[in-house]
Every structure is written in C-alpha cells, then in structure tokens.
Design a binder for this molecule. Structure first.
Ligand code: 13P
Length: 268
C-alpha cells in the first residue's frame, strides 16, 4: 500500500505526463486520488501540472473542503466535478481532467467519439459521449457529467476538454491517453477520406472479448441495454446517442437510478 507521500509523488508524475504530452497548456488540467471515503488528494488551482512537487498537493474531504494544504495552495477550481464522480461511482479511485488537442477539438465541434474504428478503442472505451457545456468551477459541469457516469469511464466536456476516471491513477491516466489517441485517429482518418468502420458483428465480438476478460469499469458492452437486445447502440446510432441510446425504460437505467438514489440517501 503506497503512503500518502508516495501517492502525492505519483500525482506529480502524472501531471508531468499530461503536460509533456501536450494534453494541457499552461496551468490547465487537474488530477485527484481517493484515499478513503472522507479523504482525497488533488492538484492545486492555478499552477502548471507539469512542474509540481508533493508539497503542492492538497487534501480535501468528500465535500471538497480543505483538510490540509501548504501556504499558497488551494484545491483545484474543478474539485466539485471530481467529487461528483467519486460520489456517484464508488468504484472510482482517481480522476484526471485535461484538454488534449484532438479530444477537445471533438468536444468543441460537438462530435462524440462513437465511430467503431479500431479494436482497442472499442474494447477500452466503447464510445465517449459529450457532457453538455457548463461553466467551469460551478455545479453545472458536475450536473452535466452525472448523466453519463453510470455508463462510461470517460466523457468529453462540451467546448472544454475531457474527463477520465478509473480504479487507479495510472488507469485513469491511461483512459485519458486512450481517449486522445482515439480522437486523433478518428480525426486523421476523416482527413484521409473517412474511416472504414468495423462491422456490427466485429464490434459485438470485441464486446464479447471485453466481457470475457472481466474488464473493470463501465462500458456499453456491459451496460447498454440496446446493445444487449441487438438494437442500435453507441457504435451504430449515428453518433447522436449522447448517452440516450440506453433507452429510458431499460432495466439498466432503472438500476443506475436506484444506485444513485441509494448513494444519495447514504449521504455518499
Ligand atoms: P485548476 O488549475 O483550478 O485545477 O483549473 C484548471 C482547469 O483546467 C480548469 O478547467
């Protein structure tokens, strides 16, 4: 089990990676890690995430209130967005927010990543919806993101960037890398005349592989009731699903809503 100091060092390391890979400019982006139900580490606001040392990292409670921060450092202005993910996804232990160029370009163009173009993206992500625009630092982004949390492990933030979350910091960072790689490939394939899509049967086989591997997290392969019933799902709904491909009467939607209500009643 890593010590708190080691986790702070890991956050700095991931900060360097997102900065050095051009996934953020200047002081953009933020990272958090769950220590337990009441304690979370997060990057401070207004600093370059590429040049942090462990002393920069703040500790907050489940409401995003400061438990510990060194002089001159305050938690990320987007801490509410991170806390909403932890509240509604108890399986998540780390959240990464960045502005990678290709993924953010799709978020700005209003185009979700729903085209089945390569096996790894289909297996790792399924598809990536766009959460409606919200003003940074307000409850608008957490509210917009909430709708997608029971179905996906990554979302684009309209006219803003991308958000990825997983059971570990490394996996959350890898999710962000996968989103950006998928977006870049899709963009470049479009420049070359348009991607050739995997067929519905090929997508279904990849979904089966994901299920057989018992991969963690949320994914349309496990959750999309339309997909399970052989109806159009993310990869064949023409890119307009925006999370709605789940069908309001579907069993999974009801389960997701019950899970949310129970967590809310437990005060989580
Ligand atoms: P913070 O520095 O406050 O985390 O904000 C950076 C950012 O990218 C906001 O979207």
């Amino acid at each position: 089990m890593a010590t708190e100091y080691e986790i702070k060092k890991q956050i700095c390391e991931i900060g360097k990676r997102i900065y050095n890979r051009g996934m953020v400019a200047s002081n953009d982006g933020n990272i958090s890690v769950k220590l337990n139900d009441n304690e979370f580490l997060c990057t401070p606001t207004g600093v370059s995430k590429g040049f942090m040392t462990p002393e920069y990292i703040c500790k907050v409670d489940a409401q995003g209130k400061v438990i510990q921060a060194y002089d001159g450092f305050k938690p990320s202005s987007e801490i509410k967005m991170h806390m909403r993910v932890y509240k509604e996804r108890p399986d998540v232990n780390a959240v990464v927010h960045a502005h990678p160029v290709y993924a953010t370009s799709f978020a700005i163009a209003g185009i979700p990543l729903t085209e089945p173009i390569m096996p790894e993206a289909v297996i790792a992500l399924g598809c990536v919806p766009i959460a409606e625009y919200g003003t940074p630092s307000t409850e608008e982004i957490p509210d917009a993101v909430s709708k997608y949390l029971q179905y996906f492990d990554a979302v684009l933030l309209e006219n803003h960037g991308a958000l990825a979350f997983s059971d570990s910091l490394l996996n959350a960072y890898h999710k962000m890398e996968s989103v950006e790689f998928y977006a870049q490939l899709l963009y470049q394939a479009k420049m070359l005349g348009g991607p050739k899509h995997l067929s519905e049967a090929q997508v279904q086989r990849l979904y089966e592989i994901r299920r057989a591997f018992g991969m963690k997290g949320k994914h349309p392969a496990d959750l999309c009731p339309n997909n399970k019933q052989g109806k159009p799902s993310c990869h064949s709904c023409g890119g307009n699903c925006s999370g709605n491909c789940h069908g309001s009467s579907a069993e999974e939607d009801i389960i997701a809503q019950i899970t949310k209500n129970v967590l809310a009643q437990l005060g989580k």
